[in-house]
Design a protein around this ligand. Structure first.
Ligand SMILES: [Zn+2]
Ligand SMILES: [Zn+2]
Length: 238
């Protein structure tokens, strides 16, 4: 393990430095959640059953997204053979390499058959699927399930956000007096929120729609891979 640290290995996605794409993802996720509660929920506050239903379902999606996102990022997907062989060397114990067909010259260790060396993490990942920049971690057999559940929950999160945006847009075009009253009640009326509010709403609609398209494609792709029994890496190699 001492040797691994010396080579500058990334063990998981929470290790510093964080990737700029990862930081941007956290920022967008935070903005998406805040805009939902401070724009959509405030605008629909006159309809109590609707905001309770939407607010609770969206909250569940947020919790699941953070939970699966945390574990997909925090789990160390490194091939366990590397630390096993390193421990054997350290304690001068003979390592039985007869069961291992592959050897990584960078990790200087035998590795499992589905492992691949990731240049960005600088270590072999067991059951390598791909390196995810959004999570700043490799996706392998140890965190693939977390990753897949994460993209499914983010999909639901974006879908509920867009459906709720639809209710707000309907209220705007129906010139709902309740919506105007809620804005006067919750926002500073001295400031002209009308345009800023509409721009933010449109930006969130466009962003969530793009995210939904991307996530739909990604989920379908991974279901297809599961059906074929392939990893993303194996599929790209075909
Ligand atoms: Zn390696
Ligand atoms: Zn990686």
């Amino acid at each position: 393990m001492v040797e691994i640290i010396e080579r500058g290995v990334r063990n998981h996605g929470m290790e510093c430095p964080l990737h700029p794409t990862q930081v941007l993802t956290y920022f967008i996720l935070g903005f998406d959640i805040l805009s939902y509660y401070f724009i959509d929920m405030v605008s629909l506050a006159h309809n109590i059953p609707l905001i309770i239903a939407c607010g609770v379902v969206y909250f569940i999606c947020c919790v699941a997204t953070v939970y699966y996102g945390y574990y997909a990022t925090r789990v160390n997907p490194t091939d366990p053979t590397i630390s096993l062989e390193a421990r054997c060397k350290k304690h001068v114990i003979v390592f039985d390499s007869s069961n291992y067909e592959y050897h990584c010259s960078i990790c200087k260790s035998h590795v499992l058959s589905g492992s691949k060396h990731c240049g960005q993490c600088n270590r072999c990942t067991s059951g390598f699927d791909h390196h995810c920049q959004y999570l700043n971690n490799c996706i392998g057999d140890k965190n693939y399930d977390y990753f897949f559940k994460l993209i499914v929950w983010v999909f639901w999160m974006c879908l509920i956000h867009n459906v709720t945006n639809g209710f707000v847009i309907y209220d705007i075009y129906a010139s709902s007096k309740e919506l105007v009253q809620m804005h006067i009640k919750f926002y500073d009326t001295a400031y002209d929120f009308k345009n800023l509010f509409k721009i933010t709403l449109i930006v969130m609609c466009v962003f969530n729609s793009c995210a939904l398209l991307f996530l739909t494609k990604l989920i379908v792709f991974h279901i297809e891979l599961k059906y074929k029994g392939l990893t993303t890496y194996e599929y790209l190699k075909l």
